[in-house]
Design a protein around this ligand. Sequence first.
Ligand SMILES: Nc1ncnc2c1ncn2[C@@H]1O[C@H](COP(=O)(O)OP(=O)(O)OP(=O)(O)O)[C@@H](O)[C@H]1O
Ligand SMILES: [Mg+2]
Length: 493
Amino acid sequence: MTNVPAILPVAMGKKEIALLPGMANRHGLIAGATGTGKTVTLRVLAERFSAIGVPVFLADVKGDLSGLPRPGGDNPKVAERVKQLGLGGFEYEGYPVTFWDLFGEQGHPVRATVSEMGPLLLGRILNLNDVQSGVLTLVFKIADDNGLLLLDLKDLRSMVQFVGDNAERFRTGYGNIAAASIGAMQRGLLALTQQGADRFFGEPALNLRDLLQTDASGRGMINILAASRLMTSPMAYATFLLFLLSELFEQLPEVGDPQQPTLVFFFDEAHLLFTDAPKPLMEKIEQVVRLIRSKGVGVYFATQNPLDIPETVLGQLGNRFQHALRAFTPKEQKAVKAAAETFRTNPKLDVVKAITELGVGEALVSVLDPKGSPTVVERAFVLPPRSRLAPLSPEERAQVIRDSALYGHYERVVDRESAYEKLKEKAALRQAPEEAGGTVPGEVGKGGRAAEAKSQAGILIGALAKSAAHAIGSQIGRQIIRGVLGSILGGKR
Ligand SMILES: Nc1ncnc2c1ncn2[C@@H]1O[C@H](COP(=O)(O)OP(=O)(O)OP(=O)(O)O)[C@@H](O)[C@H]1O
Ligand SMILES: [Mg+2]
């Protein structure tokens, strides 16, 4: 881009502190107690990235970021900061924004297919234990082997039912499928459906390219995911963001050390990602964060305390903003000391003392220098944001959504033939000569009747073999296997 300086001024210490675009994919951290200015810092970073043409993804957890499309000028504290820092030429400005919403209300609907989500992450959303997750993986495998597409939740429900009804038959090829595991999945699926998650799964699924857009003047799109409602299920929130990260990792090409990031991904309330995460998942998160850098994606975690983030991940966050922390209790004092120790020392600055003294919108800042080493930590004022702090009204927001080039595409649900329809069709064929009342996949069966189930499975598998061979050769067939199950969590592509 022309006329835009390719640095990212973000704070004012003794002099201006700027992130280097070439180092911005080496991740970052925004930490601090509640009300200390984390979200404003995140906003300022997003604005700077957008200004140099870098698209951004962020989750709006408290609903206080929707003012980004409008110029500011509404906030006395911001005006005061402009004056205090003597920022000549400061101009209020709105930014290009795309609103997204898993519930499809506050933005374009965001969907993923069940197979993209993969058994590991789904197992986590469904609250499955290791054994149950293992059985879910088998369900996916059986679907793959039989060319049954798992797109939406009803596909998965009927597939789980089908595998449960034919557990005996699948035992030789796939291993033990305990009724208890099938039951746990069905309960989890029911709960998920009751939470309104039906609409997260299906098509058209999110095309990641739509997150990587720039506007007509070359500014990066700021993608805002409405997350306040999603936060009522923190596990689903964390899992969904992790899913997005891993999809980006899988789909984006290697770029080595780019001049500027392809995308910057902000992970607010980052501690949720790590709470109760089992060790294998933790290792994979660490791995994704480490490797996604070479895809040009910078990940910035925002959280209250840096110690919320495991050391292996924390060690990879090069660009740091530490806002104030409280130090009243011994536990808090310990946390402050530990937070201080994560910085490269500055002989002229007592970091421990400073962390407890910082005012709102003030931070200890250390960024990566051109060689990739952290600069000496400095006490600095975060620059004031240029966009409007007050959220958009529902009407203003609806207008932004309607004006988007994407409007209409994700709003229309597509329900093509997949596992649910196929299983239903085959069951109907099988039942046609009989009286009604048999076990229909897709409905909760009554169990028993092993012999009938066996012959039913036989017919099904025979009938499906052809479509399996077809599907596996096709793009869709490959997609089933890919997902998160594929390269990241399974180690194979
Ligand atoms: N850089 C800044 N310039 C001017 N004002 C600021 C700045 N940072 C923060 N403020 C003021 O402080 C208020 C609180 O900041 P912010 O919402 O970012 O805190 P937070 O740490 O995200 O809080 P919470 O943990 O509750 O989400 C802002 O609404 C704004 O008025
Ligand atoms: Mg906040």
